[in-house]
Design a protein around this ligand. Structure first.
Ligand code: SAH
Ligand code: MG
Length: 220
């Protein structure tokens, strides 16, 4: 299949299953306008996240890496009115944009943003209650992915999901030198989810690769 056909098929999936509403479209346009990097998930991926969360009847979701709230809006919309999504972000400017759009999407009551280094927020979440999430979506600084996985394993319930974006790192997982710290960390993360005795995992090759791990229902 040519790259062109592959892109046309992604577009086919998006228009069939993942059309953006006005809020998501406006947010996607606002991200570069505010000088933020355009590294949010694709609509196709947003839909995949929704389908996965629906499959496990998720109510409580943790996201590491908010940016402007694009993936958070997709996910929060799969949780129902009793849902809760906690999203962690280090950049105040990103939090500001996300807050605006959670309001516009009428999700402000469901979504909580925690500003600060994710490792610190994760430690407080553990102190607050441990294994309380149905799913954790990891999508922040790549070098901390292995540590984020350790936290996710403590925070996600048996039967829940641990999801990792950018599992391919634009192909760097294949051939980047070991001095590439991001690639090193992502290889380590992928290796752990592949081999962990309490996880069933794979990588779906959508966009930059999404790793999907189910915490065994009988774990712990
Ligand atoms: N999930 C978002 C994209 C996230 S981009 C979406 O798909 O819409 C990665 C985000 O992680 C950036 O906003 C960046 O500021 C944030 N980030 C990077 N390092 C972080 C850290 N140590 N703690 C919390 N957030 C961090
Ligand atoms: Mg990403």
């Amino acid at each position: 299949m040519t790259e062109e056909t592959r892109q046309a098929l992604a577009q086919y999936v998006t228009s069939l299953f993942a059309p953006e509403d006005a809020v998501l479209a406006a947010l996607r346009e606002e991200i570069p306008r505010r000088g933020l990097p355009e590294i949010q998930v694709s609509a196709e991926q947003g839909r995949l996240l929704q389908v996965l969360l629906t499959a496990i009847s998720a109510r409580r979701v943790l996201e590491i890496g908010t940016l402007g709230g694009y993936s958070a809006i997709w996910m929060a919309r799969a949780l129902g009115p009793q849902g809760r999504l906690i999203t962690l972000e280090i950049e105040p400017q990103h939090v500001e944009l996300a807050r605006e759009f959670f309001e516009r999407a009428q999700l402000a009551k469901i979504v909580e943003i925690r500003l600060g280094p994710a490792l610190e927020s994760l430690a407080s979440l553990e102190r607050e209650g441990g294994e309380s999430f149905d799913a954790c979506f990891i999508d922040a600084d790549k070098e901390n992915y292995p540590s984020y996985l350790d936290h996710a394993l403590r925070l996600v319930r048996p039967g829940g999901l641990i999801l990792g974006d950018n599992a391919f790192l634009d192909g760097r997982v294949l051939d980047a030198p070991e001095t590439d710290r991001g690639a090193h960390a992502m290889r380590e993360f992928n290796h752990h989810v592949a081999r962990h005795p309490e996880l069933s995992s794979t990588i779906v090759p959508v966009r930059d690769g999404l790793s999907i791990s189910v915490v065994h229902p009988t774990a712990r």
